[in-house]
Design a protein around this ligand. Structure first.
Ligand SMILES: Cc1cc2nc3c(=O)[nH]c(=O)nc-3n(C[C@H](O)[C@H](O)[C@H](O)COP(=O)(O)OP(=O)(O)OC[C@H]3O[C@@H](n4cnc5c(N)ncnc54)[C@H](O)[C@@H]3O)c2cc1C
Length: 302
């Protein structure tokens, strides 16, 4: 199996997201997580793509090593930021050379200030939809895209956002992975909107992304960058757990984070989500605990 599929067994697969390591120590930590997840048999593992040249090189190198040295199925993120079309084609070639045929095609955010003005590379692409076509035209790639349960922060409204998600699917994307969210209703409404726009495209998996919160401070930073929001009641619960001291009570925050991620996963499973995609920050422990809580509802690779 070298493409992302949803499970027909009634049980649900899971997948995990890694980021390129910054240095040798971070790379060793990443590999510990890779080996731990390998034992748990995820459907796929994805590797994010940064803005700078050296991070990008590491993404390609480490994703290639995962393809060559493990039993895991890697999905390489690829963004249009700072790349001409020729460079994007060369990136696809570099991935293909390392045996990687699954690509998550993204526009990316402006380097420096992710919320700043988007400026297209003069010889690049404007939207992810064009990148989907470009990657598909390069050969035998399976392509996924991003979707946004709360709407993309640059989209004027949810209808606009859904229309362009459907266009990416029509352009040849085979599935989408959502931005992190904390209210399952947002995911269910996204699914409804896609079905209302195009029932055929709605057959493609919309894979929900779950971030088990282990630190309120780093969760706030991730939320700021992603444009996602914490529901007020959850924010309050996490703040109470964090306490009033100069340092947050990490153990208490973590306990709430794991409980909430487990509850979300249970609801998503009961609502028929095709797979659960976990943000790991290159640590296996929090996701493993959520998976252990879910027990037999999680299946091995489809
Ligand atoms: C699962 C996931 C993984 C991610 N991984 C990475 C990563 O590895 N590296 C990274 O840098 N970023 C990553 N991101 C962040 C992502 O790059 C940003 O959110 C980016 O701002 C949007 O990317 P996109 O691919 O959705 O863009 P697009 O689909 O191009 O959409 C961008 C905006 O333009 C609008 N739009 C789209 N098409 C059109 C059109 N034809 N006409 C008018 N408006 C249009 C959309 O509604 C949206 O507001 C990830 C996001 C997700 C959800």
């Amino acid at each position: 199996m070298n493409r992302i599929r949803s499970s027909a067994s009634g049980r649900i697969p899971f997948s995990v997201e890694f980021s390129p390591p910054r240095d040798a120590a971070a790379e060793a930590r990443l590999w510990r997580a890779v080996r731990e997840f390998e034992r748990l048999n995820p459907a796929f593992v994805s590797m994010t793509y940064g803005a700078g040249g050296s991070t990008r090189d590491r993404t390609v190198r480490v994703t290639g090593q995962i393809a060559e040295e493990t039993t895991l199925l890697p999905v390489a993120h690829l963004t249009a930021v700072g790349h001409s079309i020729d460079e994007l084609r060369a990136m696809c070639g570099a991935y293909a050379d390392r045996g990687i045929s699954n690509i998550l095609a993204l526009r990316g955010d402006p380097p420096g200030d992710p919320l700043g003005e988007w400026v297209k590379h003069p010889e690049g692409v404007e939207y992810a939809e064009e990148l989907v076509r470009l990657v598909r035209d390069m050969g035998d790639f399976h392509v996924g895209v991003a979707s946004f349960p709360e709407g993309h922060y640059r989209a004027p409204d949810l209808e606009h956002d859904t229309r362009y998600l459907v266009q990416k699917l029509r352009a040849g994307a085979e599935y989408s992975i959502t931005q992190m969210f904390f209210d399952v209703e947002d995911y269910l409404r996204l699914r409804d909107r896609v079905a209302a726009h195009d029932p055929e495209q709605a057959e493609k998996p919309i894979i929900p992304e779950i971030m088990p919160i282990t630190s309120l401070r780093s969760a706030r930073r991730s939320l700021e960058l992603s444009g996602s929001h914490l529901p007020r009641a959850l924010e309050e619960r996490l703040r109470r757990a964090a306490g009033d001291g100069p340092e947050e009570d990490r153990a208490a925050v973590r306990e709430v984070g794991i409980e909430v991620a487990t509850e979300m996963a249970e609801r998503l499973i009961s609502e028929g989500a095709p797979c659960l995609h976990f943000i790991t920050l290159n640590f296996a422990r929090a996701t493993s605990e959520v998976l252990a809580n879910l027990g037999t509802s999680i299946s091995a690779r489809v």
